[in-house]
Design a protein around this ligand. Structure first.
Ligand code: 13P
Ligand code: ZN
Length: 295
């Protein structure tokens, strides 16, 4: 290879490593999603958090993966019931604790961080973000346990999203918190619900958030459900893409809104269980048959 070829090759490498992180599709997606969630009133103040499993090669086009800015210990983690061995070395884009979704789009470098799960599993290595000395969401233990749980059943899962959607939360106060009954009510509220979340909605009783206990409980539910309600707090969603995960929560929230608009009125019409079966058969989806009351 001649001298000029060497120069060209080196230039290409530098150019690749120097792609602007602010233009990275995963950063843009995160900004747009947080913005939408705020705009919809789901995430007041610092409510809600998102973690997005990234492709190492893709991140390497934007950041020097050997340049660890600092190591951040994982708080609230009791090693006995917190096993993220399967995630060691994996890189996540994560919202910061105490950060407002309202502000993510205008200043992603302060409100978001890109972290890699450290070899010792006790902390994360910061590769970018949390510019003001911040740290990942207090729910990171829950998110990581959910990622591990979802990846075990769906190797393509990438996103865990937590939010406080208004009508879903309102419904928690007036509807029985039974997984079958809650899911059934949601399925009845919009024709497409059973097709969008045929696996239904898991429910946890009120628990202290930010702890590994709620993380373990949520991740156990995530073996069966992509949606888990945290009673009187909010919801967790999991999916392959940001759109899919957002769409799951959006559909539950829409159904909960219709429920809250109609629950106090006499019910004249409803979608019958037999009709729901026709829908899942048409769309060819596997669903929680035991959540329907079929004769
Ligand atoms: P963080 O600010 O730590 O992400 O917490 C927000 C929240 O919704 C807790 O459940
Ligand atoms: Zn919350």
């Amino acid at each position: 290879m001649g001298f000029m070829d060497e120069v060209r090759k080196a230039g290409a490498t530098i150019k690749r490593a120097c792609k602007d992180i602010f233009d990275a599709p995963f950063v843009r997606e995160m900004c747009d999603t947080a913005d939408n969630m705020y705009r919809l009133g789901w995430d007041e103040r610092n409510g809600g958090n998102i973690s997005y499993l990234l492709d190492e090669k893709e991140v390497g086009e934007y950041l020097d993966l050997n340049d660890v800015k600092r190591t951040i210990p994982l708080m609230g983690v009791n090693a006995a019931n917190f096993d993220v061995s399967s995630l060691v070395g994996k890189i996540f884009l994560v919202t910061g604790t105490g950060k407002y979704f309202k502000n993510v789009k205008a200043d992603p470098e302060t409100n978001l961080g890109i972290v890699r799960i450290a070899e010792d599993k006790k902390g994360v290595e910061l590769l970018w973000g949390y510019k003001d000395g911040g740290r990942p969401t207090s729910e990171l233990p829950s998110h990581l346990m959910c990622h591990a749980a979802r990846l075990a059943v769906d190797p393509e899962n990438r996103v865990i999203m937590h939010s406080h959607p208004t009508h879903t939360l309102a419904m928690n106060y007036v509807h029985e918190l039974d997984e079958k009954k809650f899911t059934h009510t949601l399925w009845e509220m919009c024709t497409e619900c059973i097709v969008v979340f045929p696996d239904g909605v898991g429910i946890l009783p009120w628990m202290l958030c930010g702890t590994d206990e709620i993380g373990v409980a949520t991740s156990k539910k995530m073996h069966d459900f992509r949606l888990v309600v945290w009673a009187m707090h909010g919801i967790y969603g999991a999916g392959k893409t940001m759109d899919e995960t957002f769409g799951l929560i959006e559909t539950v929230e829409k159904a909960a809104q219709i429920y809250m608009l109609t629950a106090h009125l006499p019910r004249v019409n409803t979608i019958k269980d037999e009709d729901m079966v026709k829908l899942v058969e048409l769309f060819g989806v596997k669903y929680r048959k035991d959540f329907l009351d079929l004769k």
